[in-house]
Unconditional design. Sequence first.
Lengths: 247, 360
Amino acid sequence: MRDGYELSGVSLTYGRRTVLDGLDLHIGAGECVAVLGPNGAGKSTLLRVLTGHAPERRGAVHLDGIPLEEYSRETLARRVAVVPGEASLPFAARVEEVVALGRVPHEDPLRGMRAADHAAVAAAIERVGIADLVGRDARRLSLGERQLVVLAMALAQAPRILILDEPTVHLDLRHQVDVMELLVQLNSRDGVGVVAVLHDLSLAAHFFPRLILLDRGRIVADGAPDEVLSPERIRAVYGVDPALVRR
Amino acid sequence: MSAGAASRPRPAVHVGRLETLRHRPLLVAAGGLVALGAVVVAGVALGNVALPVGDTIGILARHLLGWPVTATWPASAETIVFDLRLPRVLTAVVVGAGLAVAGTTFQGLLRNPLADPYVLGTASGAALGAALAVLIPVRIALLGFGLLHLFAFVGALLAVAAVWRLSRQTSLSSLTALLLTGYAVGSLLAAGLSVAMYASGAQLRQIVFYLLGGFSGASWPQLAAATPLVVVGSLLILARARSLNALLLGEEAAANLGIAVRRERAILLALAALVTAAAVAVSGLVGFVGLVVPHLVRLLVGPNARVVLPLSAIVGAAFLALADLVARIPGELPVGVVTAIVGAPFFLLILRRARAGYEV
């Protein structure tokens, strides 16, 4: 059994609709992978499978050689951090308090955050470049700023694998590139595995060495950007003129 | 970030800036404890027979703290303090702390600022229990406990248990299911309560008295029974503050942060229900404390449950002891009326002037 994620025969149906259809997939622990595909292709569902939120799935999912079901939530959270597509809060909270939630799997249940935890929070804020947001109410931020806060929270979690659901969807171009560069750097410098669902094919092709293209619950292509994003395939999967995707 | 981002200067994070609010919880705790001490002394000193504050502090210091204070007061003063007022004031303290802790827990668990300790049927369960106890012609009283306290306690717990069980059989998302089931069960129990009140005849006043809440019937044995439940329940909730914090972000995000959501939610719900049931069994239905105090504390110190829970306990205790004192001055108003009259305008004022950086 290889390290990282190993999926074999993973299928998932909601009612009569097949969302994932027999996926076989290996994502190494230190890989940097973008998951692409049209709306409803099963991208987010695949992430839910990876993070153990799809108990009704069939097939086997192993993480570092161990069946995913055998991980406790806490052990899994120390290895895998998730940047969700959306996050909401019922009460006002300062940006740094939201980032500090990333320390939940590491902090002492009784004593709470200690010096190392506070340092990890400060480092994550620094790294994502949101120091100027410190002290502000996270609920009053723009969607893009909130996305960065949630990313910082996931970094504070100090994971070995980072899973992101459309992390750049609300960001301006500058921040999209910043986040992509951060992910690449996390992967190359810190050895963190990255699995990101992306909609922007150009960004994905530019920054990610491996792309997985999903369509109607199946993997239709998996490999380097040039192989995966051929004009014929873009036309077949997305039904658009490939010229619209500029490389 | 890498080279591309380096051209834009970014402010560095000063850890000191992250810690600017670290001292605020201590200030709030100190202020709350001073207020609590003052309210307890005032609550013991004031009443039909006003005792000099010096004597009151002397009696409390001599008997509670064992200080060698010379008795300059009549023996009757000690009787008033120990037999009448102290159990009453301390019951208000314990109930106030318990309701505030339970309110904080329910609001966090349900991710709902409108939640209070009574949201999942505890209130109507306790009320129906109390009403049935009043209707049962057998009078059992043991050490100051009546059937009413027991039935109210059991009624509150049964109501929450029913809500929990029923909510898991729906196809709704778990939070929506809990809230809606709580509303449905609460309405059903309230209908039962109405029937009981209709049938109660001359005993109606006794039921209404319970519904409005109060501490005039407080006694040492009741206090001794309720206190361990409230204290132990609250401490166990505090030990799970981490789960409450993670649950702020919702079920799935909390699971991604390492929380076994179903288990933690069930445990926290059971503990908060236990604390609430112990409180309403001795005090009746005192409203407002469990809703407002957690918000007040969050406005001051933010949403971290590890801080909010203990501070809510202190503030809730002081607030309810004060409300009980105010309720006694005109001659026994129901304390629930006072908590609303004192608390509502105060709360509205805070909401308007929330400049602390935190909002509800």
